[in-house]
Each structure stands twice: as structure tokens, then as C-alpha cells.
Design a protein. Structure first.
Length: 145
């Protein structure tokens, strides 16, 4: 099983997401990436955000984890979502480091309407609206990968 850390950055009640296009569908990801050998999850996030978006971040607590199990297709993935805040820079896509089409800021209340990878929009909404704290959600029902 692979592990993929990602971050949740919120500004003005909006969550920073990266938009990709798969077929005819827009799919939104939390910024993050795959650890290099010998790299911790938080080191991965600092590196990935610097490379892909040109920003420096401060990482907070992990707020959500869960697995995407892709039977017979790809490796299963454990997703770990951390709170973070931008400490310097303005997020701008670096096309040499990411295939994302654009960076978008989505209202917290609209997360449940999005196709996401991992598919955690509703779970994030609950946490952000203080209906729950850290949550291990187990198997993530995932349509897009």
C-alpha cells in the first residue's frame, strides 16, 4: 500500500484544490504527493508544495485518513490529510511539476458537490463544520483515480 499525504489549506472559508480533467469530468485534488525514499509525510508536503505551487507551508495536525482500495488496477493508497497554512509565496501552478489544469478555491459548503480524489469532500465538510474532529474514515468510496 502506498501512502499519499495531502494538505488542507483554507482561506476565507474556501479550500485550495487542484483541478484535473479526466475524460469529460473535472476532478479535484488536495495538494500533496508521493514520498521519496527516506522522506517523512510532512517533508513530502513541504517539498511538493514548494515544487508544484511555489509556496512555503506550515503543517498542522492530521485531520483525516482513509484508504482507496483499487482491486486489481493499481496500488492501494492510504491518504493522510493534514491542516496547513501558507507562510510565504502565492500559490501558482508549475506545469513542469504538475499536470493540474488550475488552482481553485472552493467554498467549504460546496465540497460535497465535487468529484474528488480522494473522495473526501463530505468528510472534510463535517470536520470543518465542527461536526467531528480527526477522523479515520476507512475505505474511501472512490470513482476517480
Amino acid at each position: 500500500m502506498q501512502v499519499r499525504p495531502s494538505i488542507l489549506i483554507i482561506e476565507n472559508q474556501r479550500v485550495m484544490l487542484m483541478r484535473y480533467r479526466y475524460g469529460q469530468t473535472d476532478v479535484y485534488n488536495l495538494a500533496g504527493g508521493n514520498p521519496d525514499k527516506g522522506e517523512t509525510l510532512t517533508e513530502t508536503l513541504v517539498r511538493e508544495l514548494r515544487e508544484e505551487l511555489g509556496i512555503e507551508i506550515e503543517i498542522g495536525t492530521m485531520i483525516l485518513s482513509g484508504e482507496v482500495l483499487l482491486e486489481g488496477q493499481k496500488n492501494d493508497v492510504l491518504h493522510c490529510v493534514f491542516r496547513a497554512r501558507i507562510v510565504s509565496g502565492i500559490p501558482t501552478l508549475n506545469p513542469a511539476e504538475t499536470s493540474a489544469l488550475e488552482l481553485v478555491w472552493i467554498l467549504i459548503e460546496d465540497l460535497h458537490n465535487l468529484e474528488m480524489y480522494p473522495n473526501v469532500g463530505i468528510d472534510l465538510q463535517k470536520i470543518l463544520m465542527k461536526e467531528s474532529e480527526y477522523e479515520y474514515i476507512g475505505k474511501i468510496s472512490q470513482k476517480w483515480y
